[in-house]
Design a protein around this ligand. Structure first.
Ligand code: ZN
Length: 272
């Protein structure tokens, strides 16, 4: 079976350096990689880009920008500047898109935060266009609506992408955040039809979930109807990577080579 559509986020195998991730993914026949900001800290963006390209890795996205909302104008400007820097790093490592964890400010309404998110994206957009890096709005599960994202459904992300109306702004659809949504199938169709479907992130929802952030499950371990969602995504004609994005203290504590084998087996059984 082919692994040609399998991509792994470096955060999934966080104990590995970028060099180790590239070496081990390559050895396993995996070309797709989404690179997190912390993974390029040691080498810097330029050298990381050279390493990735020398090893023929296909960089799917750079993770993560966003965090636009704030009560304070100067802080909002700081976020815009930071996102421009991230766009520049994305371009340097050869990533065609920057994933946005949009942010939320608990001291104001979610509507106000969403307005600031849209303003932030629109302020970064001209530079992103210049650098040829797409901005991917990633809706987050509502349990993160306090501080991580005021964009919590695919409908809200679609509304925002439609309103911004640029081919350089799209959406990252992550099953972890969206699996519960009764409108998911319809909004996936809408997202693709409007040309906004940029990325597809996979993992599972562990039952019970012991940590709101660091207890994501491996595909097949939880309650997300992965095959059904994958069928909806396939039906749109989406031909991009299936990106494994798992933050898990449990998996980070195990031997990462064995974890990589588990990922590949779970991918073959539940996704491919
Ligand atoms: Zn994601």
């Amino acid at each position: 079976m082919s692994l040609e559509k399998l991509c792994i986020h470096t955060i999934t195998t966080k104990p590995w350096s970028l060099e180790e991730a590239v070496e081990n993914y390559s050895a396993a026949g995996i070309k797709g990689i989404s690179v997190w900001e912390d993974a390029i800290k040691d080498l810097g963006a330029q050298k990381s880009g050279e390493l990735l390209s020398a090893n023929n890795m296909d960089v799917v996205s750079y993770v993560r920008g966003g965090f636009f909302p704030s009560l304070n104008t100067a802080e909002r400007q700081k976020a815009i500047d930071k996102n421009k820097q991230l766009v520049e790093e994305a371009a340097a490592i050869g990533a065609p898109s920057l994933v946005l964890v949009c942010g939320a400010e608990p001291g104001q309404s979610l509507e106000t935060s969403r307005k600031q998110i849209q303003e932030g994206i629109e302020a970064v957009l001209p530079f992103a266009e210049e650098m040829k890096v797409k901005l991917s709005i990633e809706p987050l599960h509502p349990m993160y609506a306090d501080t991580r994202s005021a964009v919590n459904t695919l409908k809200q992300a679609n509304d925002m992408a439609d309103s911004i109306d640029s081919e350089m702004v799209g959406i990252a659809v992550d099953v972890y955040h969206l699996w519960w949504d009764p409108d998911l199938e319809q909004e996936i169709k809408r997202c693709a039809k409007h040309g906004h479907f940029i990325a597809f992130h996979i993992c599972d929802w562990a039952v019970p979930t012991n940590d709101m952030l660091l207890d994501r499950g491996l595909m097949g371990e939880g309650c997300i109807p992965l095959k059904t969602i994958k069928q909806w995504v396939d039906a749109t004609g989406f031909n991009g990577y299936h990106e494994v994005e798992i933050f898990s203290n449990k998996f980070w504590a195990m031997d990462q080579q064995q974890f990589l084998e588990k990922i590949i087996n779970a991918y073959k059984e539940y996704i491919q």
